[in-house]
Write a protein that binds this ligand. Structure first.
Ligand code: GDP
Length: 479
């Protein structure tokens, strides 16, 4: 296409309806402004972000510039952290996100930490871990979101746990929280094994104390945003930010997570080579949590049963040699992702060995098969990130239960996936899959506590827009 219309579209939509700031150097992070070219009408921004969200993001960027690493305010607040005493002078407050868990989990928790920072007027600073810098471009103009190498508690970040003196849950247990002694930093333990005291983070009353603490250091492997929607203190603000609650992760994700040029190269080369020319793209994300080495027949049966039943892929004619169609046959490509190659090979062979009943041509591709999770290896996670991103560029998506890898793909893509139910006892469930209620990720370990009444409650039954998840009966998701 040489008539220049591509570049016109690029120019008009590249800021994603005002979601992105226009202040970045394009070449240093091509994905930021080019991603729009790979998302057509079917997925991507089907609606624009609210003008209130846009204005809050621009104000956040100003705050980040004023408080980010090595600014005058940052240096002052860091001094308090070193001395352990709070001075009057610190005017900036922070959320420090600890790099923890698999990549899908990290993307979800970073979005959660950012929204919490936005709601509490804090600045988000990111522990770069081993690979964050290689994976993600800077999302905020002018000043980095990464904690600098000389941040005073860098060496402690990965040692914080529920027994640390700075742990908020522990402080509550020891009754050492008083409004007169506000420490310069508090560690928030929000990972799946957190206890009842740690969970009080989700109560307005505790937030009133935390508000005063300049440094909140957070470790989590959960998308905790659904529970923020149950807190009266944030209710009004959240409804203005996200009139459509189903788009929370979509917009936060499209704002925050831009693959670095290295990862973008993986995305674009694969897309152009294998996906671009097809009439329709289907994504199938396979994540098997069963013990033992796959591939498992029941998982393969389930994939095929789901895609046929939901009309995502055509059935094959096992007794015919050829089915002729008039004209050029419609082409479908399937992007499969999985740690193993077994499922991909079987599905690919099926569409090679037999003709489809519809005459459609089906190509099956899988970028990698890394065999097992190796969260600390760099190229491994670059590929994982590229694959999540590629899945997000498909027209129809099938995902696996419980997998944050799939949640990231569906959320970024603006796609309501078909979720494969978790197999029980080595058999394919019937029905094999169901369509998700919304594109939002599931919060796997939510609190079940009524802060006001101070007793347990089913938090999935309180408001219509926070429900139990399709793939995990005790989880919570926004719909
Ligand atoms: P979850 O465990 O499915 O919730 O997803 P996470 O992303 O948090 O952790 C799984 C990790 O295993 C990923 O970060 C990858 O490193 C790896 N992984 C799992 N599935 C795939 C896959 O289909 N492709 C690739 N390249 N890596 C995968």
């Amino acid at each position: 296409n040489n008539d220049g219309s591509d570049s016109v579209i690029l120019h008009e939509d590249k800021l994603l309806g005002g979601l992105l700031a226009d202040k970045f150097d394009e070449v240093s992070c091509l994905s930021r402004y080019h991603s729009v070219m790979y998302r057509n009408g079917v997925n991507g921004l089907s609606e624009n972000p609210s003008s209130y969200l846009i204005s809050r993001l621009r104000t956040y960027e100003i705050l980040h510039k004023r408080c980010g690493p090595y600014t005058e305010s940052y240096n002052k607040t860091v001094k308090d952290l070193r001395s352990g005493r709070l001075s009057e002078s610190s005017d900036c407050k922070y959320v420090v996100w600890i790099s923890y868990s698999g990549l899908g989990n990290r993307i979800l928790t970073l979005a959660s930490a950012f929204l919490y920072a936005l709601l509490t007027n804090r600045v988000l600073l990111v522990d770069p871990g081993v690979d964050m810098i290689d994976l993600f471009c800077e999302p905020f103009p002018d000043i980095s979101w990464f904690l600098p190498p000389d941040f005073p508690i860098n060496s402690q970040l990965h040692d914080f746990n529920q027994n640390s003196a700075q742990c908020y849950g522990k402080m509550l247990k020891n009754e050492s929280v008083t409004s007169s002694t506000v420490p310069p930093s508090v560690y928030l333990h929000l990972s799946h094994d957190y206890d009842d005291q740690d969970k009080l983070f989700f109560c307005d009353e505790e937030q009133r104390f935390l508000q005063k603490v300049p440094w909140l250091v957070m470790r989590t492997d959960n998308y905790f945003i659904p529970s923020l929607f149950l807190m009266p203190a944030f209710e009004q603000e959240l409804s203005e930010l996200f009139p459509n609650k189903e788009t929370v992760f979509h917009f936060l994700g499209r704002y925050l997570f831009h693959p670095t040029n290295r990862v973008w190269g993986l995305v674009v080369r694969y897309y152009e080579a294998y996906l671009a020319k097809a009439d329709e793209r289907v994504g199938i994300q396979i994540r098997v949590f069963d013990i033992g080495t796959g591939p498992f027949q029941h998982v393969l049966d389930q994939i095929i049963a789901c895609t046929l039943k939901e009309n995502l892929l055509p059935d094959v004619a096992r007794t015919k040699d050829i089915i002729s169609s008039s004209g050029k046959p419609k082409s479908k490509v399937v992007l499969m992702t999985s740690l193993s190659s077994g499922y991909f090979e079987k599905v690919r062979d099926m569409y090679w060995e037999y003709p489809t009943l519809t005459g459609e041509v089906v190509g099956i591709y899988q970028p990698s098969h890394e065999e097992h999770q190796q969260s600390e290896k760099q190229m491994h996670n670059q590929k994982a990130w590229a694959e999540m991103y590629l899945l997000s560029l498909t027209d129809n998506l099938v995902t696996s239960s419980w997998s944050t890898f799939g949640y990231v793909a569906q959320g970024l893509g603006g796609l309501k996936p078909w979720i494969l139910y978790k197999p029980e006892n080595g058999t394919a469930p019937d029905p094999p899959c169901r369509r998700a209620m919304s594109m939002e990720p599931c919060f796997h370990a939510p609190p079940f506590y009524d802060c006001k009444a101070k007793r347990g409650t089913d938090t999935g039954e309180l408001v219509p827009h926070v429900r139990h998840c399709e793939d995990m009966s005790w989880g919570l998701k926004l719909v």
